[in-house]
Ligand binder design. Structure first.
Ligand code: VG1
Ligand code: CO
Length: 543
C-alpha cells in the first residue's frame, strides 16, 4: 500500500448546486472526475489528520465504486477514522445523525436524491460539515474554486475494502469502520417520539403503507415501523433498495408515487400513507383520500409539535424556504414565535438551527425537519405524523380540515417545466426581472401587486448574502407567484413556478387546487409567456 499523487486537469462545471454536485453517472465515471471533486473537498478542509469522516450514500448505481475511491483518498489525506454505512448505505438524515453523534469533522453523501438512478441516470456528491448539515455556500464555492485549479489528487493504491461486514479494517493509517446503517438513526427517533403510543396505535389495528420507492428508506422504515413499532409486515411497500430504484423516479409526490395515491383512494384504503425519496430526506404524507401539501404539513406539525416528547417544551421558531407557502407563518404568529424565510435548499437552515432561532424547518418540495439533525428527514416527518395521529385519535383528513378551519387554507401548487432549453429558461427569468420595477402597484386580474422582487437573503447569523434566489410577485391579499430555476437538474434547465392563494373562509376550503389557483396561473402565463418561450403547452409535472 502506497499513497500516489496522480496528475489531473480541471473539469468544467463542478460547481455544487442547490444540494451538492449532480451529474449523469457517465460524467462521474470519467477518469478523475470524482477524484478531482473529492480532492477539492479535502483541499478546502485543510488538515484532516486525526479527524473522523462519515461516508455513505443512497445505494444508487455507482455508489459502491465511488465509496471505494473516497476511502482510498481519505486514507491518503490522513483521516484517523472513516465511518461507512454497511453496504455503503446511509440515508441523508442518517448520515447527518452519525456525523453529529460521532463528533466527525464532516461527511460525504453520495446521492442525487430524487433524480433517477441507474447507469444512464444521475449521481451526486455533497459535503456536510461538523454540525451534520450541508456545507454553506462559502465552503461550496471554495470547493468549486479548487476544482478549477486542481493539478493533482492523492490516493492510496490499496485494493477494495469489504463494505458489507460490520467492523474495522485498516487502510494506510486510517481505520475504516463499517457501521450499521440504521442503528444510530433509530435510536435518535425513539428519543423524539412517543413510540409506546404509536405501538399501541398499530396494536389497535391502525393500517399504514410506507412507499420506499425502492430507494434508501426501505430498510430504515422496515426496521422502525415493522420492527420497533410493531406495524404488520407489508406495511412497507417497495422496500427493497435497488441500484436503479426499479426504474422509477424516487420523488415522493402524487405524480411519482401514483401507486400509493391509488391505494389511498381505494374503498379499503389504509388509514395512513407515506413515501420518501431516493436518499430518504423527503416525505409525502397521505390520508384516506387526501394528500397533505408539504407546506401544510410543516404548519400542522408546528401547530401540534407538543404531542411529541422531543418537542414538548414548544418550538422556538419556524423557518421555510421562500417558495414554501406561508401557512407556517400563520402558525408562528399565533404561537408568538419567529418565522424565517430562506432561499431554497437545506443549507440555509443550518445557521438558524445552530443558533437556536428555530426548531422546525420545511420546504414545499416535500422536505421537513428540525433541530434533531441538520438535514430534512423523511421518516422523522412520518413518525411525527404517526405520533400526532396516535395522540389525537383523529384521521389525517380531520387534522388537515380542522387546521384550515382554524388558520385558513393556503391553496398551493408547483408547476415544473423540466429539461427545457437553457437559453429559453434564462431568457424567461431575465425578461421577468426586467418587469419587476413596473409591477409594484399594478393590477393583474383580480389582484393588486404589493411586492415584486428578486429574493435576496441576508443570513441573520453570519450576515452572508445570497442574491437572485427567485422572483416573487406578492399580491395585496398575500397570494404569490414565484419563479426560479432548479439547481438540482442535470438536463437543460427546469423552471419551477410556485403558486399560492390564501382562503380564510371554511366554506371555500374544498375547491380543487388548480381551480382555486386558476387566476394566478393565467397571470403567471401572461407575465412569463412560459408556453411560447418553452414550447410547452403544459407543465411536465404539477404537484
Ligand atoms: C430541489 C427542491 C429544494 C430541495 C432540493 C434538494 O431543488 O426544490 O427545495 O432542497 O431539491 O432536495 P431545486 O434547486 O431543484 O429546486 V433533495 O431531496 O434533492 O436533496
Ligand atoms: Co432527497
Amino acid at each position: 500500500m502506497t499513497i500516489q499523487t496522480v496528475a489531473t486537469q480541471p473539469f468544467a462545471g463542478q460547481r455544487p448546486g442547490t444540494s451538492g454536485l449532480r451529474k449523469k453517472v457517465t460524467e462521474f465515471q470519467r477518469p478523475g472526475y470524482l477524484e478531482n471533486f473529492v480532492q477539492a473537498i479535502f483541499d478546502t478542509l485543510g488538515d484532516c489528520a486525526g479527524q473522523t469522516l462519515v461516508v455513505g450514500g443512497d445505494g444508487r448505481f455507482h455508489n459502491r465504486a465511488a465509496i471505494q475511491t473516497i476511502l482510498r483518498m481519505a486514507a491518503a489525506h490522513g483521516f484517523a477514522r472513516v465511518l461507512v454505512g454497511q453496504g455503503g448505505i446511509l440515508s441523508t438524515p442518517a448520515l447527518s445523525c452519525v456525523v453529529r453523534k460521532r463528533g466527525a469533522m464532516g461527511g460525504i453523501v453520495l446521492s442525487a436524491s430524487h433524480n433517477p438512478g441507474g447507469p444512464d441516470g444521475d449521481f451526486g456528491i455533497k459535503y456536510n460539515i461538523a454540525n451534520g448539515g450541508p456545507a454553506p455556500e462559502k465552503i461550496t464555492e471554495a470547493i468549486y474554486a479548487h476544482t478549477q485549479t486542481i493539478t493533482a489528487y492523492r490516493i492510496s493504491d490499496a485494493s477494495s475494502l469489504d463494505l458489507d461486514a460490520l467492523g474495522e479494517q485498516r487502510l494506510e493509517h486510517t481505520v475504516i469502520k463499517v457501521i450499521d446503517s440504521v442503528a444510530d438513526y433509530a435510536e435518535l427517533m425513539a428519543g423524539l417520539f412517543d413510540f409506546a403510543a404509536i405501538r399501541a396505535l398499530f396494536a389497535r389495528g391502525f393500517t399504514m403503507r410506507f412507499d420506499g420507492m425502492h430507494a434508501v428508506s426501505g430498510p430504515y422504515a422496515k426496521a422502525i415501523l415493522e420492527g420497533l413499532l410493531g406495524a404488520p409486515a407489508g406495511t412497507v411497500i417497495n422496500g427493497v433498495s435497488l441500484e436503479d430504484f426499479g426504474g422509477g423516479h424516487p420523488d415522493p409526490n402524487p405524480v411519482n408515487a401514483a401507486e400509493l395515491i391509488a391505494l389511498m383512494a381505494a374503498p379499503d384504503a389504509p388509514d395512513f400513507g407515506a413515501a420518501s425519496d431516493g436518499d430518504g430526506d423527503r416525505n409525502m404524507i397521505v390520508g384516506r383520500g387526501i394528500d397533505v401539501t408539504p407546506s401544510d404539513s410543516l404548519a400542522i406539525l408546528a401547530a401540534n409539535a407538543a404531542v411529541a416528547p422531543g418537542y414538548r417544551a414548544g418550538i422556538k421558531g419556524v423557518a421555510r424556504s421562500m417558495p414554501t407557502s406561508t401557512a407556517a407563518d400563520r402558525v408562528a404568529r399565533e404561537l408568538g414565535v419567529p418565522c424565517f424565510e430562506t432561499p431554497t435548499g437545506w443549507k440555509f437552515f443550518g445557521n438558524l438551527l445552530d443558533a437556536g432561532l428555530v426548531t422546525l424547518c420545511g420546504e414545499e418540495s416535500y422536505g421537513t425537519g428540525s433541530t434533531h439533525i441538520r438535514e430534512k428527514d423523511g421518516l422523522w416527518a412520518v413518525l411525527f405524523w404517526l405520533n400526532l395521529l396516535a395522540v389525537s385519535g383523529k384521521s389525517v383528513a380531520q387534522i388537515v380540515q380542522e387546521h384550515w378551519a382554524r388558520f385558513g387554507r393556503n391553496y398551493y401548487s408547483r408547476h415544473d417545466y423540466e429539461a427545457v432549453d437553457g437559453a429559453a429558461a434564462h431568457g424567461l427569468m431575465a425578461q421577468l426581472r426586467e418587469q419587476l420595477a413596473q409591477l409594484a402597484g399594478a393590477t393583474l386580474g383580480q389582484f393588486t401587486v404589493a411586492l415584486a422582487d428578486d429574493f435576496a437573503y441576508t443570513d441573520p447569523v453570519d450576515h452572508s448574502v445570497s442574491t437572485q434566489q427567485g422572483v416573487r410577485i406578492v399580491m395585496s391579499d398575500g397570494s404569490r407567484i414565484v419563479l426560479r430555476l432548479s439547481g438540482t437538474g442535470t438536463e437543460g434547465a427546469t423552471i419551477r413556478l410556485y403558486l399560492e392563494k390564501y382562503e380564510a373562509d371554511p366554506a371555500r376550503h374544498a375547491i380543487p387546487t388548480q381551480q382555486a389557483l386558476a387566476g394566478l396561473i393565467a397571470i403567471a402565463g401572461e407575465l412569463t409567456q412560459i408556453a411560447a418561450r418553452t414550447g410547452r403547452a403544459a407543465p411536465t409535472v404539477i404537484t
